[in-house]
Structure formats: C-alpha cells, structure tokens
Design a binder for this molecule. Structure first.
Ligand SMILES: C[S@@+](CC[C@H](N)C(=O)[O-])C[C@H]1O[C@@H](n2cnc3c(N)ncnc32)[C@H](O)[C@@H]1O
Length: 301
C-alpha cells in the first residue's frame, strides 16, 4: 500500500526523460558546461536562434544586462538605447520560440534608466515583449529598499530640475499562449502563508552582494525562489538565458525543478558551476517568513 511518504517521494523525483527535451548535450551553438543533478548549464549566446531547436521551457526567470555600463567580461553594457531595444527584441524573440505553449516569463528589469538620459525601460521592454507575442499578466514591484546608493539630487532644494528615482525594480509577469496552466506535474509546493504573501505584488527583500558572489550583477535567490514556487509545478523546466552566477539554477534545483541556464562568459560559467556544486544540496534562507517552506534537496526531509 502506498503511504503518504511514498507519494511525497514521487512528487519530488526528477524524471530523467526531462533532460531529453534538450536532445544533444552540446551542439555547434552551445557547449554543455555542467550537468549536475537536475541542472544543466550551457555556455552559449541567447542572441543565436539556433542555440536550441525545441520548445522546452515552462518558466523563464531572468535578469538581462540593464545597459548601465556594468563591466561584464563578455558583453558591452553601454549600447545606445536603440541598440539595447534591438538586443532585447532578439533575445525575447528567441526565448519565445523555445518556450512551451503555457510558458511563463518573469522578466526582472529596471523601472527607469537615468545614466545617459532618462528612459522608461520597464514600460518599453514590456511593450516590446508584447509586440513579440508574449502576453501581459501583471507586474511585481521588487522593493530593494536601498536608498544609500543615491548620489544625484538634480537641482538641490530647487524646483528647477530635481531628480526623482524609485529604489525598486520590476518583475514583469508574461506568458506565451494561455495563462491557465494545464500541463506539467500539476503539483504545487507553496505554503498558504507564502501564497498569500507573494501574490501581493510588492516584494521587499535586499539585493545580493556582488563581492560575496564574485559576479557584477547577481540577483538575490529570493527572487527566483518566489517566482518558481508561485508560477511553476514540481519538475517543470526553469530557464535562465542570462544565468550569470547561477542563482536561478540553484533555486530551481533546490525546489525540485529542472534548471537550464545559458551564459555567454566562461568565467561566469565557472562561478555558476562552483555555486551550483556547493549550494544545491541544502539551501537555507535567512528570511524568517519563508523558513517553513524550505526543504532539503530531495524535499521530503
Ligand atoms: C544581470 S547578469 C545576470 C545575473 C544572474 N541573475 C545572477 O544572479 O547571477 C546578466 C548576465 O548575462 C550574461 N550575458 C550577456 N549577454 C549574453 C548573451 N548574449 N547570451 C548569454 N548570456 C549573456 C552576462 O555575462 C551576465 O552574466
């Protein structure tokens, strides 16, 4: 007779067939850098439409380069705004092609851009995504609560040209064809408390330390962790086309999803690899409120 523990074990098992959705491990367009437990990291370029030739994605959680002159190793982060929109259109189109029909897309982007001229990046990329075919669901505001970075006030104490900036980022929630999810394992693993808290679209948690991670722009694990729990089922394929230090892949693995990442830079692939090897057994969050949802890797302990 099956016990409830058997059922739980089954819920958390990763079926090897899922890896086969990607076919060949490496190809002319991508190099398999790491395959570990339920994680695959490829070195490759999201701008190349041949990188994948199948629809394999259930959920995308990603933060693209923001074009704010961050010193990445392998890509320029100081394009003109037109070039940046062109870059954004290309990668979001490729991700659309590689996504399953009910895929969701969590796009972490800035609200505004100030360096090199004020731009409504959040609004512009949201419109662009819809032009490509992504459908709009909603926007989560991530309140980073960090105002210490403020250096510019515009016209100090004068109405002539004051400078306003909100210490928040966006997580735009998009989807491919229909919002209602009928495919996949149909097993959700979110607690009542987290569901109630996270469906309130104002998320407050701190950013991640660049120094600690060794990457110029990592996001905190809370971001993909919440997105994965809220918007995907157990064993879904979670994709990050800008994997960086591997944060999304770690959150996917520790939540018993299949994490697939793409990263162009070999040094960041190595950072991601070392993090994944180290952090995908037991993950411990310091956030009190989420403590009750954190499980060990196999999810049954
Ligand atoms: C904002 S960072 C992502 C950080 C990641 N969320 C993390 O937590 O570490 C953007 C990443 O995209 C990578 N990248 C830039 N252009 C790329 C491209 N064309 N294809 C794949 N990766 C790219 C950069 O090397 C960088 O690591």
């Amino acid at each position: 007779m099956k016990t409830s523990l058997d059922k739980k074990v089954k819920d958390y098992e990763i079926n090897n067939d899922y890896f086969n959705v990607l076919g060949e491990q490496s190809s002319a367009w991508r190099h398999e850098y790491l395959r570990h437990k339920n994680t695959i990291l490829f070195r490759g370029d999201v701008l190349n439409e041949n990188t994948f030739d199948k629809e394999f994605i259930d959920l995308i959680v990603t933060s693209p380069p923001y074009n704010v002159d961050i010193q990445y190793n392998s890509n320029k982060d100081d394009l003109s705004y037109e070039q940046y929109l062109d870059f954004s259109e290309k990668w979001m189109t490729n991700c659309f092609k590689w996504s399953k029909t009910q895929a969701r897309f969590l796009l972490n982007i800035p609200l505004d851009k100030n360096k090199g001229g004020q731009k409504s990046v959040g609004a512009d990329l949201t419109s662009l995504a819809q032009k490509i075919g992504w459908k709009y669901h909603s926007t989560i505001i991530w309140n980073e609560g960090n105002i210490s970075r403020r250096t510019a006030w515009g016209s100090w104490l004068s109405a002539s040209a004051p400078y306003v900036i909100a210490p928040v980022e966006l997580i735009v929630v998009l989807f491919k064809d229909n919002w209602k999810k009928t495919n996949g394992s149909k097993n959700s693993d979110i607690s009542k408390e987290d569901f109630m808290e996270w469906t309130n679209g104002l998320w407050t948690f701190n950013g991640e330390s660049k120094k600690r991670i060794g990457h110029p722009a990592p996001f905190p694990i809370q971001l993909p962790h919440r997105g994965i729990k809220l918007f995907s089922y157990l064993r879904d394929v979670v994709f990050d086309p800008f994997a960086g230090s591997g944060t999304t892949l770690i959150a996917a693995s520790n939540n018993n999803r299949i994490g697939v990442g793409l990263e162009i830079d070999i040094n960041y692939c190595e950072i991601a690899k070392q993090r994944i090897l180290k952090e995908t057994n037991n993950i411990i969050f310091s956030n009190e409120k989420t403590k009750n949802t954190i499980r060990s890797h196999n999810g049954v302990l």
